[in-house]
Design a protein around this ligand. Structure first.
Ligand code: NAD
Length: 430
């Protein structure tokens, strides 16, 4: 099939590369000229494991191309995927101006029947909005259909998630249109749900807010563990064995942050309100998450006796491991608080340093974990990168001024850490 993907970010680039890998001809469009120039030179604008290889292979096989020309992309394609950003406005409402811009471009380019598929996370009713914008902007009397196909990939495992999604949700106006998408996805052999557009749009928000709720739930339980002396790791195992609950997404830590959950919860709250519903449960999910960084700071401040004049080694900057995405990363909030209280920061992350420098320029960036530990009064683990789990802790200890570790992601065994000679503090455990 001839496919156009509009927006070459974390979702669009992966989607385009995977569709090409499945044998389709894919043209990826972005209005960011610099991004397209990089891609045309074979340089990935984002870090995602396996992305460079899959893009390279499909570019070499001429199934994958990049352009800034939306007109060209739309005209030569049967199916057009919209994968542009949908950030939150200050009042929590979703900014769908990028969607509007893309829909205008599609309308103007419409030269024959096409299916327009929205993959971006959008408020319920955006399918109707996209339809209206295309109708208003099309220059000829040409028919088209709009579909909602929300994306569930996770940064860090995006290629695998796209090749083997747990489910594919298709919100289509008719069975015939749904069949076309079914045909495209059939080779993946994964469960597919065909539904209406409103339900598909709702499924994405219901999923993300539910997952965020699990994280905030376990973080609140962790706080209570800290007060009572219970151990969150055992508590999590104990509840996770119950198949009605499940063990995934129950890791106590510094909270979610990231490019999706914070904005999606706010957006869903906004939509619920618009339709007359107060979804207060979600306000609590946000409130608990907002308190995570402060809670971590309180633990550190108390144990090291204040931040003034102290050097803190920060391990992990991205909002989660295996990505360079710094959007709403907990590291930003924590480092800014430490700086405001007089700390000196030496930070290390395996891939996010370049992105971090744009947001927090006034700190020292280390070339590895050991140099972040050099003469540090304490280390704070912010992101649970696998390489941090494999560090030579004896060597880390020798580098530090005082061997204290604050593990915001519970990646180490407390007993082992103490045996190695560290003062060790984690979340919800003694
Ligand atoms: N990142 C994730 O893990 C993830 C997962 C599932 C769903 N989503 C959703 O997918 C959507 C995209 O997210 P992302 O993380 O890929 O965003 P992103 O910011 O990484 O990428 C968006 C891209 O769209 C481009 N763009 C914006 N307007 C355009 C236009 N008019 N024409 C062409 N290109 C345009 C931007 O230049 C950018 O490259 C969002 O709605 C997000 O909520 C994201």
């Amino acid at each position: 099939m001839n496919i156009c993907v509009i927006g070459t970010g974390y979702v669009g680039l992966v989607t385009g590369a995977v569709f090409a890998d499945l044998g389709n001809d894919v043209i990826c469009v972005d209005n960011d000229k610099e991004k397209i120039e990089l891609l045309n030179k074979g340089i990935m604008p984002i870090y995602e494991p396996g992305l460079k290889e899959i893009v390279q292979n499909n570019v070499e096989d001429r199934r994958l191309t990049f352009t800034t020309d939306i007109n060209k992309g739309v005209r030569i394609s049967e199916i057009i995927f919209i994968c542009v950003g949908t950030p939150a406005k200050n009042n929590g409402e979703t900014d769908i101006s990028y969607i509007e811009e893309a829909a205008k471009g599609i309308g103007k380019a419409l030269n024959e029947y096409k299916i327009i598929v929205n993959k971006s996370t959008v408020p319920i009713g955006t399918g109707d909005f996209v339809r209206e914008i295309i109708e208003k902007n099309k220059e000829k009397d040409i028919n088209f259909d709009v579909v909602s196909n929300p994306e569930f990939l996770r940064e860090g495992s995006a290629i695998q998630d796209t090749l083997a999604p747990e489910r594919i949700v298709i919100g289509a106006p008719t069975k015939e249109v749904a069949m076309k998408l079914l045909e495209l996805y059939a080779t993946l052999g994964r469960p597919m749900l065909i539904t209406d557009i409103y339900s598909a749009e709702m499924i994405k928000y219901a999923s993300n807010t539910f997952l965020a709720m699990k994280i905030s739930f376990i973080n609140k339980i962790a706080n209570i563990c800290e007060s009572t002396g219970a151990n969150i790791s055992d508590v999590t195992k104990g509840i996770g064995y119950d198949s009605r609950i499940g063990s995934s997404f129950l890791n106590a830590g510094l909270g979610f942050g990231g490019s999706c959950f914070p904005k999606d919860i706010k957006s869903f709250l906004h939509t619920a309100k618009k339709f007359g519903h107060d979804f207060n449960l979600l306000n609590s999910v946000i409130e608990i998450d907002n308190n995570r960084a402060t809670h971590f700071m309180n633990i550190i401040r108390e144990k090291i006796g204040g931040f003034k004049g102290k050097t803190i080694g920060i391990l992990g900057l991205s909002f989660k491991p295996d990505t360079d995405d710094m959007r709403d990363a907990k590291s930003i909030e924590i480092i800014k608080m430490m700086l405001s209280e007089g700390a000196k920061i030496k930070a290390y992350d395996p891939v996010a340093i370049e992105n971090a420098k744009k947001i927090i320029p006034n700190i020292e960036y280390a070339k590895n974990s050991y140099s972040a530990a050099y003469k540090a009064d304490a280390i704070a683990i912010i992101t649970e990168w696998r390489e941090f789990k494999l560090l030579n802790m004896e060597k880390i200890k020798k580098e530090m001024k005082r061997p204290v570790i604050f593990d915001g992601r519970n990646i180490y065994d407390p007993e082992k850490m103490r045996k190695t000679g560290f003062e060790y503090y984690s979340i919800g455990r003694r």
